[in-house]
Design a protein around this ligand. Structure first.
Ligand code: AMP
Ligand code: ZN
Ligand code: FE
Ligand code: FE
Length: 282
């Protein structure tokens, strides 16, 4: 690294584009990252790598170190109710058969869930249809897109109420066991990282034993900085990752106007404060 050698390097390793449930295209998001002074970024769309190539190209032109990424959702049947278990995969070979397998599984199960959920809403008399959502947001849309449309069409007044409405129908996506996800990500030369651990809904006192077990099963890192983390979450997770010699990452989880409270780079994350820099060229 030459021109930044005396100053800390701004990073954001978690963001979503229009290829999943964000509202900035891959090109727009990289340009926005550049305007915010970010020097290392990753796009981590849910269940797809379709934005990676374009984002990498634009990042090159902007002088940004780009890390190919993805975010997928693991089965939570062994976790408390309402837990969300998201796994980030960094440095994946997007052309590998393992990534293709992962993407194929999740795109099928996501479409099935989306169709069923919207059918339930239609049956209940709400004026929302699968084709409407798909035509605005593309094939790989998620709940935040459905919520955006429910609010835009004035079917429900707020995003919060729209999420509650969706939740009522209890339509679940089929997920993969986390060990299978670790295996596929590693087969694609990727680094598996547990995203935003507070959504696992396990007590902090269990973090050390939980992550120790996951490490023995293939985990390589923990996302310690995220827009839902409190300062004490960050410190606890940093400590756990240090104890277990796991890599540490951080990102905003920017989704454009689908998550209006989050802006890109808002957490002011520095590469030097993460144990991730060894992977990057800066
Ligand atoms: P999906 O990937 O389509 O299953 O949507 C799940 C995503 O929707 C999660 O990652 C959250 O970002 C978002 N989400 C789900 N429930 C809520 C909620 N009650 N409030 C805000 N965001 C939510
Ligand atoms: Zn999302
Ligand atoms: Fe997530
Ligand atoms: Fe995310």
């Amino acid at each position: 690294m030459d021109s930044f050698s005396c100053q800390k390097v701004n990073v954001d390793l978690h963001m979503h584009t229009t290829c999943s449930d964000g509202t900035d295209s891959p090109e727009e998001i990289v340009k926005l990252a550049s305007s915010k002074g970010l020097k290392v970024i990753s796009i981590t769309d849910h269940d797809t790598v379709s934005g990676v190539q374009k984002a990498a190209e634009v990042a090159k032109g902007e002088g940004i170190e780009f890390v190919p990424g993805i975010e997928v959702t693991a089965d939570t049947s062994f976790l408390p109710p309402d837990a969300e278990f998201h796994i980030l995969g960094y440095f994946i070979d997007t052309e590998s058969s393992a990534v293709k397998e992962l993407v194929e599984f999740f795109s099928k199960t996501r479409e099935k869930r989306n169709r069923l959920l919207i059918e339930r809403l239609e049956d209940a008399g709400y004026d929302i249809h699968y084709e409407d959502v798909e035509s605005v947001f593309g094939k790989n849309f998620g709940k935040p897109n459905i919520v955006t449309l429910l609010v835009e069409k004035k079917i429900v007044p707020t995003r919060k109420e729209a999420f509650s409405l969706i939740k009522k129908y209890k339509v679940k996506r089929e997920k993969l066991d986390y060990r299978e996800i670790f295996r596929l990500l590693k087969e694609a030369n990727g680094v598996p990282v547990v995203a935003h651990p507070p959504t696992l809904k396990i007590p902090r006192a269990s973090y050390l034993s939980f992550f120790r077990k996951l490490k023995s099963e293939g985990l390589e890192g923990i996302e310690i900085v995220h827009s839902i983390h409190t300062p004490s979450d960050v410190e606890t997770l940093r400590c756990v990752a240090g104890e277990l010699s796991l890599f540490t990452t951080g990102g905003s989880d920017y989704h454009g106007y689908n998550k209006p409270d989050i802006s890109l780079g808002m957490l002011n994350i520095k590469l030097e404060d993460l144990n991730f820099g060894i992977f990057t060229g800066v």
